[in-house]
Ligand binder design. Structure first.
Ligand code: FE2
Length: 442
């Protein structure tokens, strides 16, 4: 439970609110590279309460600038991509990717007005299918050498989805290992071979045990939470019998991402980035340690569940998430189909546009959430005091961040910690990128 004041402090981002200021210290996912495909690579964005335009100029350079033209504030998202930048259709003012004014054609020849005008621009960098933006002051931090950033393009796939509520409650699902036993419970186990690209569908590594069965039958995980240099490591243990323990290792990469296993071979690195106080996008990089990712089928699976161009879930508030009371009795815990993203969408959005945490009652299963909120508050306060928050990394520091370990498997007659370290090392040994152990970094 939080006081109203603390709930406000941790959730609000608009108008440079303290949490918004904190989030501006980091590279944040702004768009998928896919969204700049096609004949007119211009995309209007709202990010942390700012209205922006992302575009690719004729030379292929990416630019992110404020959306309102500095002349008389018309909308640059309708601009003409030409002559080395984006041109406002109102009076033809032209800006390049750095926000430099190149032309004010309605002004007298030789007018110096152009030199006195600059549109605010923000650094952008494309990584693993996502355009990341830095909306803060000064120099952007370096990217940590996490697997999702250093894997080759062939081994990653990126997608996004709109969540119509505050960012924090969405992120809090990703650090909650207990909910999967309930929210994502199925009466019957799916065919693991048909589960490519889908969470909680395969068998637990090192076993023939379907993950769906483990989650269904073992609903009281022991949860160990450890603070790390990058955020939190969360280890959930489900004791099957005296010799077998199901082990799931997930992470919070501070401030607003989680890194979790998808399957034996893949992980999900997922950000929840605020659009404003009451909307956020999830951006995920799926990283394969074994073969290349089948991007076509990953994309087709997700396009069946989301409507473009906003990437809005087809199951949403307006249609009660497709809730079916009969299905809820027979087949799924929610009555909302078999896609876990739809379950999460309902859970998060049903908490309200901004969850009122003065009314919640946390239990033992929520200990990672409590731990995260303590860190978030401390880092917001650091920022307010003018200090650099954690994970705002220099290039030197970034090079020491790797992994992190995100695995799901069945430990047999072995200590869970030895088991997950070994499982990670085995998988890392076949990965086609420098396979330095993430554990050596700590
Ligand atoms: Fe979930």
């Amino acid at each position: 439970m939080l006081s109203e004041e603390h709930n406000r402090l941790l959730t609000r981002v608009e108008n440079n609110a303290p949490a918004g200021k904190l989030l501006k210290n980091y590279w944040q996912p702004a768009a998928l590279l896919d969204e700049l495909e096609g004949p007119r690579p211009v995309k209007a964005l709202r990010l942390l309460g700012l209205d922006l335009v992302l575009f690719r100029d004729e030379q292929g350079r990416l630019g992110l600038i404020d959306r309102d033209c500095p002349h008389r504030n018309a909308d640059l998202a309708f601009g003409r991509l030409e002559d080395g930048g984006i041109r406002c259709p109102f009076h033809g003012w032209l800006f390049d990717v750095n926000g430099k004014c190149l032309d004010t054609p309605a002004e007298p020849a030789g007018s110096p007005l152009c030199q006195n005008v600059r549109q605010r621009s923000y650094p952008v960098e494309a990584r693993s299918g996502i355009v990341f933006a830095f909306l803060g002051e000064g120099e952007p931090p370096a990217f940590p050498e996490f697997d999702c950033f250093i894997a080759p393009d062939s081994h990653t796939f990126a997608f996004k989805g709109l969540v119509e509520c505050n960012w924090l409650q969405a992120l809090e699902v990703g650090m909650d290992p207990a909910h999967a036993s309930y929210l994502h419970r199925y009466a019957e186990d799916a065919d693991p071979d048909a589960g490519y690209g889908k969470p909680f569908r395969g068998v637990s590594a090192n076993s023939n045990l379907p993950i769906t069965k483990v989650l269904r039958e073992y609903g009281r995980p022991r949860i160990d939470v450890e603070q790390t240099e990058y955020g939190l490591r969360i280890v959930a243990l489900r004791e099957i019998d005296q010799t077998l323990t199901h082990v799931r290792v997930t992470n919070i990469a501070f401030p607003n991402a989680f890194i979790i296993p998808l399957s034996e071979d893949m992980t999900i690195s997922q950000w929840h980035v605020p659009v404003d106080d009451v909307n956020n996008y999830w951006f995920a990089i799926f990283t394969s340690f074994k073969g290349p990712v089948d991007k076509q089928s990953m994309r087709a699976q997700r396009l069946a569940q989301y409507d473009l161009p906003d990437y809005r879930s087809k199951r949403n508030r307006e249609n009660n998430y497709g809730y079916d009371a009969d299905e809820q009795k027979r087949a799924t815990y929610t009555g909302m189909g078999h896609d876990v993203n739809a379950h999460d969408q309902w859970a998060i959005e049903s908490q309200g546009r901004i969850q009122d945490r003065t009314r919640e009652h946390l239990g033992q299963s929520d200990k990672a959430i409590s731990a995260y909120r303590r860190i978030l508050r401390a880092e917001i306060e650091k920022c307010q005091a003018g200090q650099a928050p954690m994970m705002a990394l220099s290039a030197e520091q970034a090079a020491t961040h790797r992994g992190p370990v995100a695995v799901d498997g069945l430990a047999r007659n072995v200590e869970p910690e030895a088991f997950w370290k070994n499982l990670d090392a085995e998988r890392r040994a076949v990965a086609p990128w420098p396979s330095r152990s993430p554990m050596a970094a700590e």
